[in-house]
Design a protein around this ligand. Structure first.
Ligand code: ADP
Ligand code: MG
Length: 583
């Protein structure tokens, strides 16, 4: 299928600069916008989507620009071979800087990158290798089939094609297994980690990818300007790139071009107008941009692009029919053995001493009043929180203290009491995250779209699980547009995508109507019959008593009773602690 807009952009890339009567000045401005938009595209993925703020994008652009400048002026290397060198230089610099800095979160990360930006600016300005503050000049222009790209119109075409390639690669990345991992980072990474995503790797991927795009922009810049010095790679420039991303619409790729266009044009106009207005020259644009940023954040916090394109159509995913390989059916015997589990938060002992076991094909209800420690127990059993004492065994193997991704790999899947779905993703995209570990396509395969067969199989699996829970019709809806009860069911479909041997559900029936509860009970019975071990935290007593063969009752972090529902119901301690207080 030929998509319409890339064809249009390619025609524009070649035709636009030659438009009769178009002042050359606008073409020059267009070139500036295009290069900036490439940097901003990387920032959309890093900041807008991945939630990591970087004040160092201009520095990464510098690595790319200097790499190709040094190679082409000192060693006579062809500028075309300078391209992979530039991408590699920015990528490796990001890998090194990221390894030190990405441990930091939120504002601290922003400050960390800011520090790098300032240091690298001074480094560029003092290193002899890169010509200190004078930089490197006489950089050879790009040449193709005898044509030298020295003319701004030819440069325009080249830049437009590079931007198009960047947008294409970025869209592919976002629409891949690793791209979904990056998209799931925003708003807490617990869910992603619980389905096996290596959070540190996903963050690093976004960081390096954004730097590589900045390196591409740096390479273009070096060969089109034919000279480089530290100024365009300083903190001011980095702030402008961030501004473009925020103003354009931080979470959407077209926002990068919109933001770059606005900032470059406004910047250019202001340099003419402000001195007239204020009577003398100076860096007053900074103040105007500051105001502009405050206004955008106030009135259009998601940037301006969403105002232009109200709703982006849901991405169409190919739903494959080839089934994914399944985990071996677990041997009969205890699937989960918990013994003496303990967790303290400061002065509060949330889980004091929890002991119970659960077999394959069994459904157990974990009940108890609010604050009894049920959700904390779930976090301890799934590797989200590390226990202070006690052991957890999975099919006989000691797994105490393993990480959430490691537990996911061993077949433990869960849902959350407070629903954790990515708001920016559709229902099926959220569900397919559950199958993250059942694919193995690399980010590079994703960028070049070599992952389509695997993706179709993963989406096929997600669709089957959605059909199983009865939500197939809502697959393409934004996940958070569903009723809360349905979102819980989406979480179950996501958990099933992991092909779990142990399923932990935290209040799955909350917010469901009677018929929906019955359908859920039916599904859970069927899953247990197929060999799954299911641990259920539930407040709806009728629901859990009809479903579970055994109940484990918790109060103040300990097990106060255990047994068949009918027996537990008559237990005086339970009546006292739980049913009594509810009655
Ligand atoms: P339940 O799910 O049974 O209602 P929780 O496991 O959520 O109970 O909470 C048990 C106790 O531990 C509560 O008193 C709660 O406030 C406390 N708690 C839970 N998580 C944390 C945390 N991360 N930090 C401090 N206290 C916590
Ligand atoms: Mg809870």
């Amino acid at each position: 299928m030929i998509r319409f807009w890339p064809v249009l952009v390619i025609i524009a890339a070649f035709g636009l600069p030659w438009l009769p009567g178009l002042p050359l000045f606008w073409v020059t401005l267009g070139n500036e916008i295009g290069i900036a938009a490439i940097v901003a595209t990387g920032l959309v993925i890093l900041t807008g989507i991945g939630g990591m703020t970087s004040f160092a994008q201009a520095s990464f652009m510098g690595f790319g620009a200097y790499a190709t400048a040094i190679l082409s002026t000192r060693y006579g290397v062809s500028p075309w071979l300078g391209l992979p060198a530039a991408l590699l230089a920015s990528g490796i610099a990001a890998l090194a800087i990221g390894a030190i800095t990405l441990r930091l979160r939120a504002h601290y990360l922003a400050l960390g990158t800011l520090a790098w930006s300032v240091s690298l600016y001074y480094l560029f300005g003092t290193l002899d290798l890169v010509g200190r503050n004078d930089g490197i000049s006489s950089i050879p222009p790009l040449q193709l089939a005898g044509v030298k790209f020295v003319d701004v119109r030819q440069s325009f075409t080249l830049i437009a094609l590079a931007l198009l390639a960047s947008l294409w690669a970025s869209r592919n990345l976002l629409d891949s297994r690793w791209g979904r991992a990056i998209r799931a980072l925003r708003g807490g990474s617990v869910a992603a980690a619980s389905f096996g995503v290596n959070i540190a790797a996903a963050r690093m991927l976004a960081f390096v990818y954004a730097a590589v795009l900045a390196g591409l922009a740096g390479w273009l810049f070096a060969h089109l300007q034919r000279a480089v010095n530290p100024t365009p790679f300083g903190l001011n420039a980095s702030i402008e790139y961030l501004l473009m991303t925020v103003i354009g619409g931080a979470a959407q790729l077209p926002g990068a071009l919109l933001g770059a266009g606005l900032v470059v044009i406004v910047n250019d106009r202001l340099q003419d107008w402000l001195p007239l207005l204020l009577g003398h020259a100076g860096n007053f644009e900074v103040i105007v941009f500051g105001l502009l940023l405050v206004l955008v954040l106030q009135f259009a916090p998601s940037g301006l692009w969403p105002l232009i394109a109200r709703r982006t159509a849901a991405t169409r995913h190919t739903i494959g029919t080839i089934a994914l390989p399944k985990r071996a059916t677990p041997a009969p015997g205890p699937a989960l053995e918990v013994s003496g589990l303990r967790k303290r938060f400061g002065g509060l002992v949330a889980v004091a001493d929890l002991t119970f076991s659960l077999s394959a094909r069994e459904i157990i209800g974990l009940i108890g009043p609010n604050g009894a420690g049920k959700s904390t127990s779930f976090n301890l059993l799934t590797g989200v929180t590390k226990p202070d004492a006690g052991t957890v065994r999975l099919a006989g193997r000691d797994v105490t203290g393993l990480s959430a991704p490691a537990m996911a790999r061993l077949g433990v899947a869960r849902s959350f009491q407070h629903v954790k779905l990515a708001a920016s993703m559709s229902v099926i995209e959220n569900v397919v995250l559950g199958a993250h570990l059942r694919g193995n396509a690399s980010p590079i395969a994703g960028v070049f779209r070599q992952d389509r067969a695997e993706e179709a199989a993963l989406f096929g699996e997600a669709m089957r699980q959605l059909e199983r829970v009865g939500l197939a019709e809502l697959a393409d809806r934004p996940a958070t547009s569903l009723a809360l009860g349905q979102q819980r069911i989406v979480e179950i479909a996501r958990a099933l995508c992991l092909d779990p041997s142990l399923l932990l559900l935290d209040e799955p029936a909350a917010g469901l109507r009677h018929a929906e509860k019955q359908a859920l009970a039916e599904l859970l019975r069927k899953l247990a019959a197929e060999g799954m071990a299911i641990l259920l935290v539930e407040h709806d007593m009728e629901f859990v008593m009809n479903l579970a063969a055994r109940l484990v009752v918790m109060d103040f972090g300990t097990r106060i009773a255990e047994g068949p529902p009918a027996e537990v119901r008559r237990n005086p301690a339970v009546i006292e602690a739980y049913l009594g207080s509810a009655a």
